[in-house]
Design a protein around this ligand. Structure first.
Ligand SMILES: [Zn+2]
Length: 329
């Protein structure tokens, strides 16, 4: 891993973790951050955000000196230089960057993250404008889902609280993988203290047009799961393990703990088929009269829609919908 990449990642996080992300060119291009800033500019992770009419005088470092927009022809200026007019020092030639401001490009970082995770860019959703994004969902193994989020300024309690409420509403608080520019672990008093939150420098570094995750276990490689808005009209068990719900004819149906346990046991079993005793053991039930059809008696359509019971063999098998065919093999 190169030092430049580590520094670029650190600088990007530092800039994005402030409420106001604009920064002056002088702070960027003078001093130890300069190589990192150059590298961010090359990757378009840092963008020009406008010229300032004046900047601290480059000679005395005290006065605020106006930048002359139309310098006299007698002054020889390089392309990367400007003329300042200081009330104390008079005309001063300064590097052009002293009047320029820059801003980190969060959308560009998100594209890098999405590529790094192997997700589809069109799956990205804004959760809190300019602050929190949902990157997509991956499936590390059957029955397990990770929903990826990226949040800046997560150290702010109000941001963490709003994200927590969003995750709870979606039923993914436990399965969400939250990447952030803030330092982790978050303090114990953070609303997201118990969630899976990782700071970007801890999990990888910016690479060329991508974010390189250090630990491949973090990346899941699994196929991307469709976004919530695209779930309509489907019959799927995809969200059973992660969110405790199934979609039956486009309707989200929340499962009880025991209903979920039965479906997850069948999802996780080889061939998605189990005898009655094995199924009972897999769900941790001690009930002598263990009966899946009874467990599902309030939602018989889900039971008959997803489970086939072979009376002779006393075996339960999943009925796999078209939508699930490619991951429930
Ligand atoms: Zn001066």
């Amino acid at each position: 891993m190169s030092t430049a990449q580590i520094e670029a990642t650190a600088l990007m996080c530092r800039l994005l973790d402030q409420a106001d992300t604009r920064i002056n060119g002088k702070a960027l291009f003078e001093g130890p951050w300069a190589p990192a800033a150059q590298s961010l500019l090359r990757e378009r992770l840092l963008r020009f955000a406008g010229d300032l009419p004046s900047a601290t005088c480059y000679d005395c470092w005290v006065e605020l000196a106006r930048v002359v927009d139309d310098p006299p022809k007698s002054t020889t200026l390089g392309d990367d230089q400007v003329l300042q007019m200081c009330p104390e020092c008079g005309p001063v030639v300064a590097p052009a960057y002293i009047r320029k401001t820059y801003q980190p490009a969060a959308e560009q970082l998100i594209t890098h993250l999405v590529i790094g995770l192997g997700l589809m860019p069109q799956g990205v959703r804004v959760i809190q404008p300019g602050v929190v994004w949902r990157l997509g969902t991956t499936q590390p193994r059957p029955g397990q889902l990770h929903t990826w989020y990226f949040a800046r300024t997560l150290h702010e309690l109000v941001v963490a609280q709003a994200l927590r409420e969003h995750l709870q509403g979606e039923g993914v608080l436990q399965d969400a993988m939250i990447l952030t520019t803030s330092e982790t672990p978050l303090p114990a008093f953070s609303p997201l203290a118990g969630a899976q939150v990782r700071s970007l420098p801890a999990v990888g570094r910016l690479g060329q047009s991508t974010f390189e995750f250090l630990d491949n276990r973090l990346k899941t490689g699994g196929a991307q799961v469709v976004a919530a808005e695209e779930r309509a009209h489907t019959n799927t068990l995809r969200y059973t393990a992660s969110e405790g719900l199934v979609y039956w004819q486009g309707q989200a149906i929340r499962l009880t703990r025991q209903q979920k346990a039965i479906l997850v046991a069948l999802i996780d079993s080889r061939d998605h088929e189990l005898g009655r005793d094995a199924l009972r053991a897999a769900t941790g039930s001690k009930d002598e009269k263990f009966s899946p059809s009874k467990t599902f008696q309030r939602i018989p359509e889900v039971y008959h829609g997803f489970i086939h019971y072979d009376d002779d063999e006393e075996r339960y098998a999943l009925k796999i919908s078209d939508e699930d065919a490619h991951w429930l093999k």
